[in-house]
Design a protein around this ligand. Sequence first.
Ligand code: HEC
Length: 129
Amino acid sequence: MSLMFPLLRRAALASGALALMAGAAFAAGTPGTADPVMGQQLFRSHCAVCHKADASGGVKLGDATSADLQAPELESQYKETDALILRAMLDGKDEDGEDLAKIMPRWRGKITDAQAADILAYLKTVTAH
Ligand code: HEC
C-alpha cells in the first residue's frame, strides 16, 4: 500500500488537472459566461483613470468629458443592446454609429472580445449614483 499511494496520488492530481483544463476550455468557448469580477479588475486597470472608479465619469479631458458608464442609463442609451455598447468600447461609435471623441481609446486589438464582455458584465452591476 505504501508503494501504491504515490501512484494513486499522481493519478488523482492528473485527472484533477485535466478536469480543470476542460472547464477552462468550456468557459472560454461558451457565450454567456462573462465574468463581472474579472471585468471589475479590467475596468480598474484600463478605464477607471478616465471614467472614475465608480464609472460615473464626468471627468474633463480636453474638449471631451468622460461618459457615465453606470447601468441602467448606459443600457437604455444603447437601446438595451449589448452589441452596441461593445461597439462603443471597441470601435468608438455611439449608439447611432457616430464617432465618439478621439480621446476615448478604441479598444479593439488591445483587449479581447471576452475581456470586453467581462467589462460589460461588470458595468451592468454598477448602479449606485
Ligand atoms: C483616456 C480616457 C479614457 C479611457 C482610458 C477610457 N475611456 Fe471611455 N470614454 C472616454 C470619453 C472622453 C468618452 C466620451 C466620448 C464622447 O462623449 O464622445 C468615453 C466614452 C465611452 C463610452 C460611450 C458611453 C456613452 O455614453 O456614449 C463607453 C461605452 C466607454 N467610454 C467605455 C470605456 C471602457 C470600457 C474603457 C476601458 C476599457 C474606457 N472607456 C476607457 C474616455 C476614456
